[in-house]
Design a protein around this ligand. Structure first.
Ligand code: PMT
Length: 404
């Protein structure tokens, strides 16, 4: 289940005998390389200890809404933003009732209100409680808000009764969560993505570069793979694990990135330029290490090719998506780039202290035609998934219009 690799899953545990199954669930999620943080309600701690879950997750377990220590380490809003997905298993009848009414009286219910991540709920309760119309109405309410309900299964219950209300087995929950990260919206399409910084050599040991970590571009490449695309990734120097199923071409300078892109572009359906390409390179690279003998040093720089603009200017260009990293006038600057480079779409990010370059989080405003959409602050993984959905929609729209 490669889909779970590196995914940030917040596992919420509520009070009920099925809480013991949460330990197996956590173990399985970790086995599939998910990054899991656990939040337990007070009642959950009566059934299984936070210590067990801490040992299995390798991370502190969160139990209190207003706990000075955990709030300073990772506050509840940070935790809500951190998650790619919130999974509540087991979810008791009481929790579902409180959730359906939007209560925010403990850490878990507050997180559920504060997050924009998808929330999955695996109910577990006595069969009469499950069959009670009040529970049914509460479930309908949360489903209508886009919450996914997993199960429950039917069978023998801990109380000795038989019927619906058993929590799904951990293996089934993990499989459903993994599946939720995939789609086929880009199947049959070839994507080319650029990521990371470029380095422009000054002499054999020095270079000009920028703070790009490659995370945004790698997240886009992974999201495209999960959407069924065939992906080539042209990457500047970064220290990230390469996506398993992508063709990865490692480059260093802007000129090398340009050459690699131009070599691959012919059969590309969608080009996404997330790399922070150096706009200039050093005119004459010193053969030997430059000595610090002079009080000042002048470097003469020449303009690099604009890879994105050149791709968009091809005779039959792919669907072309740029990024815009802005420190001011985000909207105006992004729209200028969209038009001047003749792009199909541009994803603009305001770069600052905790967003954009070299950060786990980002926020995007995406522009195309006369339209725009705000993608609120979230992990780059989650933003990339939403961006890929938007790109697939607009790619299809453009191609439908072309054939009419
Ligand atoms: O790598 P991370 O740490 O995760 O950070 C992500 C990011 C901030 C680098 C990413 O989200 C981003 O904004 N990438 C584009 C950065 C950039 O160079 O923006 P720009 O506004 O200077 O360039 C506009 C567009 O032209 C970009 O799509 C860029 O890839 C492209 N470009 C720029 C110059 C050039 N010579 N060739 C290009 O293709």
């Amino acid at each position: 289940m490669h889909q779970l690799k590196g995914k940030r899953i917040l596992l919420g545990i509520t009070g009920g005998i099925a809480a013991y199954k949460a330990a197996v669930l956590l173990r399985l999620l970790r086995l599939h390389d998910a990054d899991v943080r656990v939040v337990m309600t007070r009642n959950a701690c009566e059934f299984i200890t936070p210590l067990t879950m801490q040992a299995l997750s390798g991370k502190p377990v969160h139990t209190e809404l207003l706990d000075l220590e955990t709030e300073s380490a990772m506050g509840h809003i940070d935790l809500a933003r951190w998650a790619d997905l919130i999974l509540i298993a087991p979810a008791s009848a009481n929790f579902i009732a409180r959730y359906s009414h939007g209560f925010a009286e403990d850490l878990l219910s507050t997180l559920c209100l504060a997050t924009t991540a998808p929330v999955f709920v695996a109910p577990a309760m006595n069969q009469q409680m499950w069959l009670n119309p009040a529970t049914g109405e509460n479930l309908e309410k949360i489903k209508s808000r886009g919450i996914t309900v997993l199960g429950p299964a039917a069978g023998e219950q801990a109380c000795g009764e038989n019927g619906p209300g058993r929590m799904l087995e951990a293996e089934d929950i993990v499989a459903l969560v993994a599946k939720s990260f995939t789609s086929n919206i880009l199947s049959g399409l070839r994507l080319l993505v650029t990521a990371g910084p470029t380095r422009e050599a000054i002499d054999p040991v020095r270079y000009i570069s920028n703070r790009s970590s490659g995370r945004m571009g790698y997240a886009v490449a992974n999201a495209a793979l999960e959407a069924g695309a065939e992906v080539s990734l042209v990457s500047g120097p970064v220290s990230l694990p390469v996506p398993d199923r992508a063709e990865v071409i490692q480059v260093t300078s802007a000129q090398e990135m340009y050459n690699a892109v131009m070599q691959k572009i012919k059969n590309t359906d969608i080009f996404i330029s997330a790399a922070a390409v150096a706009d200039y390179s050093v005119e004459t690279i010193a053969v030997q290490k430059i000595k610090k003998s002079n009080a000042s040093l002048e470097l003469s720089l020449t303009k690099n090719p604009d890879i994105l603009a050149e791709v968009a200017a091809l005779q039959s260009p792919p669907f072309t998506v740029g990024f815009a990293a802005e420190t001011e006038d985000l909207k105006a600057n992004a729209q200028t780039k969209l038009q001047s480079k003749k792009l199909d779409m541009i994803a603009a990010n305001q770069v600052g202290a905790d967003l954009g370059f070299d950060s786990e989080m980002n926020a995007l405003t995406v522009f195309w035609g006369n339209e725009q959409k705000e993608l609120q602050q979230a992990t780059k993984t989650r933003l990339a998934k939403t961006l890929i959905t938007l790109i697939a929609e607009q790619y299809n729209e453009k191609n439908i219009n072309k054939t009419h």
